[in-house]
Design a protein around this ligand. Structure first.
Ligand code: CS2
Length: 487
């Protein structure tokens, strides 16, 4: 079968882009071109160009791996987006990605320095930034930050590349780009701004002042449940597009993007694709991180250790689905009221999305990088609940499930990789610890900068976590979940 490489190759039912890609120039560089970017920002940019035009095609950058470039390069950036809902599947070919740069820092820097590029978007995951979450300063222990501070003229990491590119643009008298983080971090724009300025301060203080004065870092909240591409994705793409597509992605029908409207060099008409522009994204980010991502992490650890491969299977388990509803309710209770948003309806809609029978989202995928995710998803909301005297049990149960997960072995003895940037540290603190709830809790709570001291030091919190962890250890996860759901 023909490989997708031009719009003429699409012979199936998949919808075609509503514009001629060749008539649009580049305006965006995206760092971290995984499945999520291709299911979210690239799609909304595609719609924006179809509706309102503009030179906003995207150069996608994969900082380390070459896999996506190998899939997309021969396809001239084209790929099929498959949307799987409870009532059917639809497909559309996306043309917003112009080219892909893989594991090539010099070419990345050259793209970032191109004055035609007015926006840099990022999905590099929580661990990709190299910013200390407590101080918001560059983390010198992060490998890329360390390498780039030593050799700022040849950067390989996020902060180093952004600073080097802004330096080149300033020297050339070109305007800076706007930097738009699309990762699941609270106040992601402010965090990244602080990391970039902090890094620049080490390299060239005048550059740091210029960035502080001239560069916009809007925050944004992104949402679309996107499982990793599988053979089933590629087979569906081939059916829908009528040609072979090795870069296809599959996702749910739901999509949300809430963005701070601060783009001094202009932006695509993303509102044409449903993006919501607001002056303060923080409450939306908090809602999504606490409710969607918080319950996702809880169900991933408890679900994986109960033997459920996919989120939809977790939702089909009566005891776990009770715990998901309980978690959503507790998460909603720590949220300040959000104008125009009904949190109970939001919780219902989330549970429906988790139940989507057509989406095969692996609990093991969500379980990775727990140390990077739990602070904003579980510990911060738990601290709020503690301060307000609201129920701690749901957050404590989620924490206990993660602690149980860090032991690296299921109840029937199968081992798995933790896949966490702090896994060596976790293994080290657990090495000589007995399999006892209090001891495991204390060892993990002592990991620096992970659980706020005001939370881990509170007797009520420790009692709640160990009270959930104990049955997980003594009776196994399935029985512990059943017991917890009856509480
Ligand atoms: C998930 C998210 O993998 C995870 O940690 O919680 O990727 C989640 O699917 C997205 O944030 C949904 O928008």
């Amino acid at each position: 079968m023909t490989r997708l490489a031009s719009l003429a190759d699409i012979t199936g039912l998949a919808a075609r882009p509503g514009y001629d890609p060749a008539a649009h120039g580049r305006g965006i560089v995206h760092l971290g071109i995984g499945a999520f970017h291709r299911a979210h920002q690239a799609v909304m940019t595609d719609t924006a160009m179809a509706v309102a035009g503009g030179d906003w095609r995207i150069t996608g950058v994969s900082l380390r791996s070459t896999e996506i470039a190998e899939a997309m390069g021969p396809q001239n950036g084209l790929y099929t987006l498959i949307e799987r809902g409870a009532d059917g599947t639809s497909a559309r070919v996306i043309a917003s990605i112009r080219d892909v740069i893989a594991a090539n820092p010099a070419a990345t820097l050259a793209a970032l320095a191109d004055p035609a590029v007015r926006i840099v978007t990022l999905t590099v995951t929580e661990k990709g930034y190299g910013i200390d979450r407590a101080t918001h300063a560059p983390d010198p222990a992060h490998p890329a930050v360390r390498a780039d501070l030593a050799k700022p003229e040849a950067p390989v990491g996020v902060l180093g590349l952004l600073v080097a590119a802004l330096r080149l643009r300033r020297a050339a008298g070109a305007a800076p780009f706007t930097v738009l983080s699309c990762d699941n971090l609270p106040e992601n724009g402010a965090l990244l701004r602080s990391g970039v300025i902090g890094f620049a301060r080490h390299v060239d203080p005048a550059l740091a002042d210029w960035i502080a004065a001239e560069v916009a870092f809007p925050s944004s909240m992104v949402d679309r449940i996107t499982p990793a591409t599988t053979q089933a994705t590629l087979a569906e793409a081939e059916r829908q597009a009528g040609c072979t597509d090795l870069a296809a992605v599959e996702t749910e029908p739901f999509v949300q993007w809430v963005i701070e409207d601060h783009f001094p060099q202009g932006r695509p008409a993303w509102e044409a694709a449903g993006a919501i522009f607001v002056t303060d994204v923080a409450p939306y980010e908090r809602m999504k991180l606490t409710m969607l991502n918080g319950s996702h992490s809880m169900l991933a650890y408890a679900g994986f250790l109960s033997g459920h491969r996919y989120v939809r299977d977790v939702m089909g388990d009566p005891a776990l689905s009770v715990l998901v509803a309980r978690h959503l309710q507790a998460a909603a209770a720590v949220m300040p009221p959000l104008e125009g948003i009904d949190l109970a309806a939001y919780a219902e809609a989330l549970a429906d999305r988790f139940r989507n029978p057509a989406i095969a989202h692996e609990t093991f995928q969500i379980a990775m990088d727990g140390t990077q995710k739990l602070p904003q998803r579980i510990f911060q909301p738990a601290l709020t609940a503690l301060e307000r005297g609201q129920p701690l049990a749901p957050f404590a149960f989620a924490t206990a499930a993660w602690m149980r997960y860090t032991l690296g072995q299921t109840d029937d003895g199968q081992t798995y990789a933790l896949r966490d940037p702090r896994e060596d540290e976790i293994r080290a603190v657990l090495a000589d610890v007995p399999r006892e709830a209090g001891a495991i809790h204390d060892a993990l709570a002592a990991l620096p900068g992970l659980i706020p001291a005001a939370l881990s030091g509170a007797p009520a919190w420790r009692a709640a976590v160990t009270g959930s962890l104990d049955p997980m250890l003594s009776q196994g996860m399935v029985a512990a979940v059943r017991e917890e759901a009856l509480r």
